[in-house]
Write a protein that binds this ligand. Structure first.
Ligand SMILES: Nc1ncnc2c1ncn2[C@@H]1O[C@H](COP(=O)(O)OP(=O)(O)OP(=O)(O)O)[C@@H](O)[C@H]1O
Ligand SMILES: [Mg+2]
Length: 270
């Protein structure tokens, strides 16, 4: 049966438990030239929890993150097999509108990348484009709410008309998170969001992630094992495109069963 082309995933924000938000089933992914980047990955990503993706450089972490919001679709000649379900519905079904699907996923990049616009416009832009706010007053309120949610409001409430790019690195990253929240996503995808930040700015982003997990499902890639241990409830270890171990973060760090995973989390293999 053909899927409704508008793909109504419904209202996502009122689950009380940690049920699976995303289910990845037998996922294989090839870049052009038969570069096999993900190999039979099976993983469930819970609602209202932080899942850390860890593993040595080139193991496929970013590739997996980009499969989740179909960003890899833009690569000509790539190939995907298997399934990814968002609340039980396959996101790769024909008939799904990718632009609508992507709004369910907020994206936070490695290097803070605010638009060359004011702080206010960075947050308002997407909400305005997507018609999420009816009036100027509503938009003002939404911008404030998103900046509050991103733990940034107090620092920028008197600087709303300054360029977003004039903020500090840590503030810019929280602005990018506010910008992502403005589109009312249900999943936040973060690819090494703190790797360009100093320890203090990193601590603030970690604190924010910890708060946001009450309302969102968060998937974060990190090379910082302490960070994974601090903020993630679940951790998945990848190696050469394979998911070798996953589970509760504590088990992965304190009692890893896979030899390569153990070597990696104890810093003997990078
Ligand atoms: N656009 C692309 N075209 C072809 N191959 C790619 C492309 N992007 C990534 N790859 C390859 O796919 C594999 C997985 O890359 P990916 O970027 O997912 O790794 P990663 O785990 O995120 O690494 P890192 O920790 O260095 O960011 C690597 O071998 C990489 O060279
Ligand atoms: Mg990467």
């Amino acid at each position: 049966m053909l899927v409704d082309s508008n793909l109504h995933f419904g209202d996502a924000h009122h689950h009380g438990d940690h049920s699976s938000k995303i289910v990845i089933k037998n996922l294989d992914f090839w870049y052009p030239g038969e570069k096999h980047a993900l190999k039979n990955v099976n993983l469930e990503i819970s609602d209202r929890e932080v899942t850390a993706l860890i593993g040595p450089s080139g193991c496929g972490k970013s590739t997996l993150l980009r499969c989740l919001n179909r960003m890899n679709d833009e690569i000509l000649g790539c190939r995907l097999e298997g399934e990814i379900l968002l609340r039980g519905r396959s996101i790769y079904d024909s008939g799904i509108e990718v632009s609508k699907l992507r709004r369910h996923f907020g994206w936070v990049a490695q290097v803070p990348n605010p638009f060359p616009k004011s702080v206010y416009d960075n947050v308002a832009y997407g909400a305005h484009i997507h018609g999420l706010c009816g009036s100027q007053k509503e938009l003002d309120e939404w911008v404030e709410q998103c900046l509050l949610a991103a733990n940034l409001w107090d620092e920028v409430k008197d600087r709303l008309q300054e360029q977003g790019t004039e903020l500090s690195g840590g503030q810019m990253q929280r602005l990018c998170i506010a910008r992502a929240l403005a589109l009312k996503p249900e999943v936040l995808l973060m690819d090494e969001p703190c790797s360009a930040l100093d320890p203090l700015a990193t601590a603030k982003v970690e604190e924010l992630i910890d708060k946001l997990k009450r309302h969102y499902s968060i998937v974060i890639i990190t090379h910082n094992m302490q960070q994974a241990a601090r903020i993630a409830q679940r951790t998945a270890f990848f190696h050469l495109g394979e998911l070798l171990e996953h589970g509760d973060t504590e088990d992965i760090f304190m009692n890893p069963k896979n030899e390569k995973c153990q070597a990696y989390v104890t810093g003997r293999y990078g």
